[in-house]
Ligand binder design. Structure first.
Ligand SMILES: NC(=O)c1ccc[n+]([C@@H]2O[C@H](COP(=O)([O-])OP(=O)(O)OC[C@H]3O[C@@H](n4cnc5c(N)ncnc54)[C@H](OP(=O)(O)O)[C@@H]3O)[C@@H](O)[C@H]2O)c1
Length: 350
């Protein structure tokens, strides 16, 4: 008999305290899969929702955007997946599709099988970070993208040879995937900012230059100019005022700056140097306007992982399953997590 109850990490109310409690196992609708979630990763949005009371109005709420596990049941009309397949998918901001629970619903058209060279824990580090990188740079259909040609689509690899890209926050989860996609797209100079202890890791993903994230804004702009006099695309994976302002200075007139958080660039700076496009990405492949690009990405994801063209983030496994997540979110809030993704195993909840 199918399981009807499971454990979830619940936010009982706005600004509430996390609790682990029982909820019903959801049922997959047409085009969906029920997945036994064996690994879920933590993201900044999860602690921001709890601390700032943003985004979510319906409680109790289950959060979590990254999942990997085993297909447990299949909805009507789904082809290409079987019960028992190991899969990776991105969650969404409604309880059945959230990932801080033991069973969740995935949209099959934006789900990928996990190849044998990637562990389930590693797979869980991929969906939100990769989607935010991919949709911010390479979404040809939605607003909020630099609209470059995707490197995962035929003819896309190497297309931007000879060009430079600057990526603020290369060691962040989003930054790591942005570097890797920029490499696939062929950018000749991939300049990123990070703590210098992360230099080797970021070079292994394709960064050609790693600049100290603690340089002053002026020093950073000057360093980039020495490496690449014209930068048409800047991706700010951090998007604090302290990164957005130098990012705006760096992008060339006619170029595009991709932000992951709301625009905080000085108005005077913008009017002094107009003609630079600023776009805000919403990094979720389940969003209606992002789904088409999400489908093309997920149709190639298994092969990209198998080939090693996309490598997952490094994993730090949290103890106690879902119960270990709140402590991990506190560490993220305090900026105590560097170049690693925190992962919990919901089936090991105590
Ligand atoms: N718009 C969207 O849809 C969307 C989607 C996903 C994420 N986001 C936002 O994007 C941001 C990044 O998310 P994430 O999950 O990738 O973060 P993350 O992995 O938790 O970021 C941690 C990393 O940020 C780096 N960092 C922090 N401040 C920095 C600075 N001033 N300069 C350079 N690097 C800095 C640190 O690098 P070092 O270790 O090298 O110091 C650290 O490794 C968050 O604000 C998140 O809320 C938005």
């Amino acid at each position: 008999m199918a399981l009807t109850q499971q454990s979830a990490l619940l936010l009982p109310e706005k600004f509430g305290n996390w609790i682990v409690g029982p909820v019903e196992v959801p049922t997959p609708g047409p085009g969906q899969l029920l997945v036994k979630i064996e690994a879920t990763a933590l993201n900044p949005v999860d602690w921001k929702i709890q601390v700032y009371g943003m985004f979510i109005e319906k409680f109790p709420s289950i959060l979590g955007s990254d999942a990997a596990g085993t297909v447990d049941a299949i909805g009507e009309g789904v082809e290409g997946f079987a019960v028992g397949d190991k899969v990776v998918y991105q969650g969404f901001f409604v309880n059945p599709q959230a990932t801080f629970q033991q069973y969740g619903i995935a949209n099959a058209d934006v789900t990928a099988k996990i190849p044998s060279n990637i562990t389930v824990d590693e797979a869980a580090t991929i969906p939100l970070g990769l989607a935010t990188a991919a949709l911010g740079l390479f979404d040809l259909y939605a607003a909020g993208s630099a609209k470059l040609f995707p490197p995962w689509v035929e003819g896309g690899r190497g297309k931007y040879a000879g060009k430079a890209i600057v990526i603020f926050g290369g060691a962040s989860s989003v930054g790591q995937y942005t570097i890797q996609l920029a490499k696939l797209a062929g950018f000749s100079s991939i300049i990123t900012t990070a703590s210098l202890k992360n230099t080797e890791l970021l070079q292994s993903f394709g960064a050609t230059h790693v600049l100290d994230r603690n340089l002053s804004e002026a020093a950073l702009v000057a360093e980039v100019a020495k490496i690449a006099p014209v930068v048409e695309v800047v991706y700010d994976a951090i998007s604090l005022a302290s990164t957005q302002n130098p990012a705006y200075d760096i992008v060339a007139p006619g170029g595009t700056l991709v932000l992951v958080l709301p625009d905080q660039i000085d108005a005077a700076k913008k009017s002094a140097a107009p003609g630079k496009q600023i776009v805000n990405v919403f990094g979720n492949v389940n969003a209606p306007d992002r789904r088409k690009t999400g489908q093309t990405l997920y149709s190639k994801l298994t092969a990209l992982l198998e080939e090693g063209a996309i490598k997952p983030n490094r994993v730090e496994l949290l103890p106690n399953g879902l119960a270990g997540i709140p402590e991990g979110l506190k560490r993220m809030e305090k900026d105590q997590v560097s170049a690693v993704k925190l992962v919990a195993r919901p089936q090991e909840t105590v």
